[in-house]
Design a protein around this ligand. Structure first.
Ligand code: SF4
Length: 313
C-alpha cells in the first residue's frame, strides 16, 4: 500500500479509495524534539526537514497549496525538489463544488484512480462514530485530551481503518471529565504542545470544541461527488466571514464560557485574531506557540488568569 503524505486536510476517503495509506505529516510534530534550522512556522519547517532527510518515509506527497496554509506551499515545494513525487491540491475559496470535484479528479489521476469505492462508506461510518466521541466530551463523559487525540487523528484515520476503529473504543471514563465548570472552545490551528488539553483540564478549563479537528470529523461523503459537495465547505479554506458564521453557531450550541485562540508563530492565521475578537462575543484568550514540547509555564499562568477572569465575568 503506497504511503501518501498529506500536509493538511486532504479527503482521506479518496486516498483510501485509490488504494493509498494517508499519512498526515503534522501528527509526528508535537511529540518530536526537532528544532529546525530554517523556519517560519515550526509545523511546516519540521515536516519539510524530516521529509528532505527521509526521516519521514513516504511514497508520494500531497501538498495543500491553496486553502488553509501559505507556508506549506513553499515548504512543500522544497520537499518536492528533494525528489518526492508531489501533487499540489487546491480548495475553492468561493466554495464552488464543481471546482472541488475537478480537484478531486485530478488527485485521483495522481493516485492511480479509484480501486476500492467501498472505502467511502466505511469512512463515513467511522466518522459518525468520531462525532459520537466529540459529543461524549461535550457532555463531559470523556476527557478533552482523549477526545482531541482521536479527533485530530481523523485527518489520516491513523493510516489504517481497523486501527482507527479500535482507537474509538475508549473505555476508561476520565475522573475529572465534566467537573471543570469552564467550558472552553479552542479555535485556530491545533496547539503544538502535546499536553495542552490535559493541562487545560487540570486547570478546570474543559475544552468542549476543537475547531480544526472538528472539520476533520464533520466532512465526508459516500462517493467522490458527495465528498466534493461536503469538503468545499471546509471552513479554514473559505472566507473568514463564512468561518465565523459557522463558529458562532457551534459555540452557542456547545454553551461555551470562553474561547482560547491558539496561534502559531509566523502563521498567517495570527492576523485573524483581531477580527475573531470583534465578532465572537465571548471572553477570549489568545496564546502563541512556537516549538513543540510541553505547554510552557508562562502559558499555564495565562490559562490560570483566564480561568479567574471567566469566573469573575
Ligand atoms: S500553523 Fe499556520 S503556517 Fe503553520 S502549518 Fe498551520 S496553517 Fe500553516
Amino acid at each position: 500500500m503506497p504511503k501518501i503524505g498529506i500536509t493538511a486536510l486532504v479527503p482521506p476517503e479518496l486516498i483510501f479509495a485509490c488504494g493509498g495509506q494517508p499519512y498526515d505529516v503534522n501528527n509526528v510534530i508535537p511529540e518530536s524534539k526537532k528544532y529546525p534550522k530554517n523556519k517560519l512556522c515550526a509545523w511546516t519547517a519540521i515536516w519539510q526537514e524530516m521529509l528532505v532527510k527521509r526521516e519521514i518515509k513516504i511514497d508520494s506527497l500531497i501538498v495543500v497549496a491553496g486553502g488553509d496554509c501559505h507556508n506549506a506551499l513553499v515548504d512543500g515545494q522544497k520537499a518536492a525538489m528533494s525528489g518526492i513525487p508531489t501533487h499540489f491540491f487546491f480548495y475553492p475559496f468561493d466554495g464552488d463544488h464543481k471546482y472541488m470535484e475537478s480537484q478531486l479528479h485530478s488527485l485521483c489521476s495522481f493516485l492511480g484512480d479509484i480501486k476500492h469505492p467501498e472505502k467511502f462508506r466505511q469512512i463515513k461510518e467511522l466518522k459518525k462514530a468520531g462525532q459520537l466521541i466529540d459529543k461524549k466530551r461535550v457532555n463531559g463523559k470523556i476527557s478533552a485530551g482523549e477526545a482531541f487525540r482521536i479527533l485530530v487523528s481523523i485527518s489520516d484515520l491513523m493510516g489504517d481503518l481497523d486501527k482507527f476503529k479500535r482507537a474509538l473504543d475508549i473505555k476508561t471514563p476520565h475522573l475529572n471529565a465534566g467537573i471543570g465548570v469552564n467550558r472552553i472552545a479552542l479555535i485556530g490551528v491545533p496547539p503544538i504542545y502535546h499536553d495542552f488539553h490535559d493541562v487545560a483540564q487540570s486547570l478546570d478549563l474543559q475544552i468542549v470544541f476543537d475547531e480544526l479537528p472538528y472539520e476533520f470529523v464533520r466532512h465526508t461523503g459516500a462517493d467522490l461527488n458527495e465528498v466534493a459537495k461536503d469538503y468545499c465547505n471546509y471552513t479554514f479554506a473559505r472566507p473568514l466571514d463564512f468561518r465565523i458564521g459557522f463558529l458562532q453557531k457551534e459555540l452557542e450550541k456547545r454553551k461555551v464560557d470562553g474561547v482560547i485562540h491558539y496561534t502559531q508563530f509566523a502563521c498567517h492565521h495570527t492576523l485573524e485574531d483581531e477580527i475573531l475578537r470583534q465578532e465572537l462575543d465571548y471572553p477570549i484568550l489568545t496564546i502563541q506557540g512556537d516549538l513543540p514540547g510541553k505547554t510552557p509555564e508562562q502559558i499555564k499562568l495565562r490559562l490560570e488568569a483566564f480561568r479567574e477572569m471567566i469566573a469573575r465575568s
